[in-house]
Design a protein around this ligand. Structure first.
Ligand code: SAM
Length: 298
């Protein structure tokens, strides 16, 4: 399994403007790549709260953060429940919220998670390590949802230009029996799009897989809830530093930040999002679509 390379590392550290006694929430801690660098800049009087819905990531973080100075709280669950999580550990307000959205390379490459169209796996696509944590899985979307609903998510969450053709192909394939594996689904999608688009630089199933994953995990609903709840308890002068990986997420972050600025409650510190250097993109392909935005509460 490849090791997850944290994106925009220096930029994240700079953006967080870490003070030694800060209480910092990493709401998507996974294996703790960013979290370790954050924790190393906090003092004994600082605190790092790391949250992830994937226990595997948290286990790595625990190991990685063994010898750091600040107090560490690792919480398993969806960060959309931030208020309850903070209550449970007795924290009323905090200073910085960091989100590095989406999935880690470890999750993506684990065939059992069903994200990959390179290795066959079951159609789950849950970011949580427990598929029972979501009301439906990718299997249900692909085998049960109506053609119109499929079109809606392929356009809305995947910005897939061939949404109609792909949805039709999925419905047709279903008549021959359930679609159970990621490779089969990827093949159906690939064959549904015009030949000349089948061999582009990114796999033709990329956007459809993204759309299904976002739907399964209700990633858009979760992001909106995290922003709202995160804002409520953020201290004055506190910051939100958010990395998104596709335009749908980025639009939500941008819009939320703008609303706070318009209300005179915050300053946007990134007029344009911070993006990786050519060198980083070369070194870490996953970073290509990363956009980092910073909001500071007044
Ligand atoms: C890109 S990885 C984070 C990698 C981490 N920054 C690092 O450098 O090691 C994103 C992580 O966020 C988690 N995640 C995404 N949305 C979440 C949510 N709403 N609640 C909790 N965890 C979430 C995923 O399970 C995944 O482990």
């Amino acid at each position: 399994m490849s090791v997850h390379i944290p994106v925009l590392m220096n930029e994240v550290i700079e953006s967080l403007d870490i003070q030694s006694n800060d209480i910092i929430i990493d709401g998507t801690i996974n294996g703790g790549g960013h979290a370790q660098a954050i924790a190393e800049r906090l003092g004994n009087d600082g605190m790092l709260i790391g949250i992830d819905q994937d226990r595997n990531g948290l286990t790595h973080s625990k190991e990685r953060l063994r010898n750091v100075k600040p107090k560490i709280e690792l919480v398993h669950g969806n960060t959309r429940n931030l208020d309850g999580m903070l209550d449970a550990i007795g924290i009323q307000t905090y200073d910085k919220l960091f989100l590095d959205l989406g999935w880690s390379s470890n999750q993506f490459e684990d065939p059992l998670r069903g994200f990959s169209f390179k290795h066959d796996g079951p159609l789950t696509m849950t970011l949580s390590d427990d598929p029972n944590q979501v009301p439906f899985t990718a299997y249900d979307v692909v085998n049960e949802w109506s053609e119109e609903s499929l079109v809606d998510i392929l356009i809305g969450y995947g910005e897939e230009r061939f949404a109609r053709r792909i949805a039709r192909a999925i419905i047709d394939a279903r008549t021959a029996g359930s679609i159970t594996g990621t490779l089969k689904l990827a093949e159906i999608i690939q064959n549904a799009i015009p030949k000349r688009f089948q061999n582009g630089p990114i796999h033709p199933a990329t956007q459809s897989f993204q759309a299904i994953r976002i739907a399964v995990n209700d990633e858009i609903g979760a992001l909106k809830e995290i922003l709202e709840k995160g804002w409520e308890r953020l201290n004055p002068n506190g910051r939100m530093v958010i990395i998104s990986f596709h335009s749908i997420e980025d639009r939500i972050v941008k819009h939320y930040f703008r609303t706070k600025k318009m209300a005179g409650e915050a300053e946007i510190l990134t007029k344009k999002p911070i993006t990786p250097t050519d060198e980083e993109m070369e070194h870490n392909r996953r970073s290509r679509s990363a956009k980092l935005r910073i909001l500071q509460k007044l």
